[in-house]
Unconditional design. Structure first.
Length: 121
């Protein structure tokens, strides 16, 4: 029973929050996603066109696929320009305040994955 409770608590601690994820994706001081990607649903006046649009991304990638790409796109394309949001390996010229810190926390990544998972059309 105790183990089951611990499992449930761990799962809920990592459950992504769709609304927080939506806010993070829209926030240029936090995620920068829309600097490179377009996302029609964001309604943002300035959306990127450097990267594939995130529209309907959940029809192409499941939660694990999204998570792996946001965490570190270099696993799929070593020369990608997308920042590795959950890695501190192999980076140059990192500002002192960010040294040794990933750009997103695990919870923020969960939140973004939860939000992108709702983009099914
Ligand atoms: C500096 C530009 C840049 C930023 C910032 C950026 N990306 Fe990307 N992203 C890319 C590029 C370019 C690709 C195409 C894959 C490649 O590089 O080979 C990509 C690919 C992706 C993919 C795979 C899309 C597909 O259809 O296969 C996802 C999902 C994604 N990005 C999500 C995000 C999220 C979420 C954020 C913000 C947390 C973000 N990206 C920030 C440039 C960026």
């Amino acid at each position: 029973m105790r183990a089951l409770l611990a499992l449930v608590l761990t799962a809920s601690a990592h459950a992504g929050d769709v609304e927080r994820g939506r806010a993070l994706v829209a926030d240029r001081t936090q995620s920068l996603c829309l600097l490179c990607h377009a996302l029609t649903a964001s309604g943002d006046a300035n959306q990127g066109n450097l990267a594939p649009p995130l529209d309907a991304v959940a029809t192409r990638l499941n939660a694990q696929g999204l998570r792996d790409r946001i965490a570190d796109m270099r696993r799929f394309n070593p020369s990608t320009v997308m920042p590795p949001f959950r890695s501190t390996e192999g980076l140059r010229d990192v500002a002192p305040a960010w040294a040794g810190r990933a750009a997103l926390t695990e919870q923020q990544l969960d939140d973004i994955v939860a939000y992108l998972g709702t983009l099914a059309k």
